[in-house]
Ligand binder design. Structure first.
Ligand code: SRM
Ligand code: SF4
Length: 567
């Protein structure tokens, strides 16, 4: 595309930047070497996302540093790709070491089954990325306008097809990586090719208009929230054999407060594809979004907006035309929950899986709670693997019968064996990172939700509901990183100490919640929820989930736009 065309199309500055970046190089190599600042050039700050890192600063120290006329404490977040969340014990040990040597000492398990490090200083960034690559992991394309980490239901306890489905997550994740050699050159001391040899057959020179997300669910568990993704696959199994996948498109949760042109949207089911054609479908969906996604306004650039602008029917026709064949009609499926099931479960391969509750995904050592130490010890003896769940938890997977007791004792002596007093609310809670690292946070989330839950638990206890599973999610801004719009109770930060309260999502992730009240303080949150919880205890029908109850009682309206099943 010529420069005149770019101007004529009124493309956003980010589009121009990508085009001029020489396949994501920009001046990153020079920025990293500049010893005079802990930051990088602002344009490189955008490009580095494609390489898997964000420039951040410690927001707790912001005003003090400004008062002292010091540069902000710039630091980098690094995200590590783990398709389907699977990680080997030796990789875990290395990630543990990287977090202690170069980051803030913690490992963050994300809502998309990846790892994050926080607090890496510029001078340690290259070494950290090199170490990550040495253990055969990568940070490439974990952020930026490309396909991100591919999620997959992590627990094979009910399904003999998990291995097969997981392979799709891996294949898609790898197949859809950018092909530029920039990553290799900048971080791994590869021979500079200067872009002349780079070819990006799928992404071309401007990459996608916006981030792109793929997830694969294995019913009956929707523990990766398949409908929150740009592209989702729902595994269809018949008589223990994987037949193929229902395809769904157009999910995404981010929105901007006060701008009605942005909104959370669940993906629509558009048909069924057999296993041999999954990669072709994924690539073609991405190519349509590449060609028709909005490149003038980033706020409206996700696939969900392309679909609503062009029409779902148009999209499916375009897909069929490009494929040269049609998707079959979607097959029946049923999701029971989008939560995790804790404790030991036996897999269909006869081995054991222990799902460990990791509050808000933060693996750390604190007083008598030594989770990082415990998991390191487990990694050193484990003859299996680790799996990150889409709910920020961890599965110690493929454990031999003989090792179960040993693992329990390691977890127990370090104070992290699933606490029998873990309440239904806490087990089903999720909070995004927010302060002190996220530059977009309006309010606390990860550092606040645990204490709010303790207070809500008192209300639950008074109503004999402490084991009742209500899924509760909090984010520090409307972007929805902990999928707050899929919480039966959802909180979205508006300002320090103030939250919008959303109610009424389904318990299995197929219905969004609805805004109930705005700008609530903690006291107002508790006063609002207490009578509802009491009514739920008294008047719920058997097996009725809280999200369904608030709708049946007319406390909130049903979501305006239900998910569609097209074919
Ligand atoms: Fe997210 C941006 C953290 C999952 C929607 N997200 C961010 C950034 C990078 C802030 C920024 O742009 O400066 C956050 C970094 C905070 C920090 O300090 O670490 C951030 N997002 C996270 C994580 C770590 C939350 C967590 O606590 O686990 C999750 C990392 C996932 C991963 O491993 O790849 C994370 N983000 C999500 C999800 C959930 C999902 O994908 O299932 C969503 C909602 C689904 C969606 O994409 O719509 C999500 N994040 C966003 C958005 C809004 C996108 C939009 O379309 O409007 C932003 C802002 C943006 O892209 O401009 C954002
Ligand atoms: Fe940051 Fe907002 Fe995402 Fe939370 S939801 S991590 S505050 S961007």
């Amino acid at each position: 595309m010529s420069d005149e065309q770019l101007v004529k199309e009124k493309l956003s500055k980010d589009e121009q930047l990508k085009k001029d970046s020489n396949y994501l190089r920009g001046t990153l190599a020079e920025s990293l070497k500049d010893p005079l600042t802990g930051a990088i050039d602002p344009n490189d700050g955008k490009l580095i996302k494609f390489h898997g890192s964000y420039q951040q600063h410690d927001r707790d120290l912001e005003s003090e540093r400004k008062r002292q006329k010091l540069e902000l404490l710039y630091q980098f977040m690094v995200r590590v790709r783990a398709p389907g969340g699977i990680t080997q014990p030796n990789q875990w040990v290395a990630l543990d070491e990287i977090s202690s040597q170069y980051a803030d000492g913690t490992i963050k398990l994300t809502t998309r089954q990846s790892f994050q490090f926080h607090g890496i200083l510029k001078r340690n960034l290259k070494t950290s990325l090199k170490r990550i690559n040495e253990i055969l992991m990568t940070t490439l394309a974990t952020c930026g306008d490309v396909n991100r980490n591919v999620m997959c239901t992590p627990n094979p306890y009910q399904s003999g097809v998990h291995e097969e489905v997981y392979d799709f997550a891996k294949v898609l994740s790898e197949h859809l990586l950018p092909k530029t050699m920039a990553y290799h050159e900048i971080w791994l001391d590869g021979t500079p090719l200067g872009g002349t040899h780079d070819v990006e057959p799928l992404y071309q020179d401007r990459y996608l208009p916006r981030k792109f997300k793929i997830a694969i669910a294995i019913p009956p568990r929707n523990d990766i929230d398949v409908f929150a993704n740009d592209l989702g696959f729902i595994a269809i199994e018949e008589n223990g054999k994987l037949k193929g996948f229902n395809v769904c498109v157009g999910g995404g949760l981010g929105n901007t407060l006060g701008d009605d042109s942005t909104y959370p949207r669940l993906a629509d089911v558009i048909g069924f594809v057999t296993t041999d054609k999954v990669v072709e479908v994924a690539e073609t969906v991405i190519a349509i979004q590449r060609d028709y996604g909005n490149r003038e306004e980033r706020k409206n650039a996700r696939l969900k907006y392309t679909l609503d602008r062009m029409g779902l029917e148009w999209f499916v026709n375009e897909l069929h035309e490009r494929l040269g064949w049609e998707l079959e009609n979607s097959r029946a499926y049923h999701f029971s929950t989008n939560g995790d099931q804790y404790g030991w479960l036996k897999g269909s391969n006869g081995k054991w899986f222990y799902t460990l509750f990791v509050e808000n995904g933060r693996v750390k050592d604190e007083d008598d709670y030594q989770m990082k130490k415990a998991l390191r010890e487990v990694a050193e003896m484990l003859d299996g693997d680790f799996r990150l769940t889409g709910n920020q938890n961890l599965i110690i997977a493929n454990v031999l019968q003989k090792d179960k007791r040993k693992i329990e004792s390691i977890l127990s002596k370090n104070g992290v064996l699933n606490n029998p007093k873990l309440t239904g609310l806490r087990k089903n809670s999720m909070a995004c990172v927010a302060l002190n690292t996220c530059g977009l946070a309006f309010a606390e989330s990860e550092r606040y939700l645990p204490s709010l839950i303790s207070k809500m638990d008192e209300i639950m206890r008074k109503n004999d509901l402490e084991n009742n599973e209500i899924n509760i999610r909090m984010t520090g801004c409307p972007n929805g990183c902990a999928r707050s719009y899929l919480g039966e109770i959802g909180f979205v930060g508006r300002a320090i100490g103030r939250y919008n309260l959303y109610l009424g999502a389904s318990h299995n992730g197929d219905r969004l919640n609805v805004l109930y009240k705005e700008m609530l303080s903690e006291e107002e949150i508790l006063d609002t929820l207490a009578p509802m919880i009491a009514a739920y205890a008294r008047e719920r029908e058997e097996g009725e989930h809280f999200g369904d109850f608030v709708i049946r009682k007319g406390l909130i309206e049903h979501t305006k736009r239900p998910m569609q099943i097209m074919r």
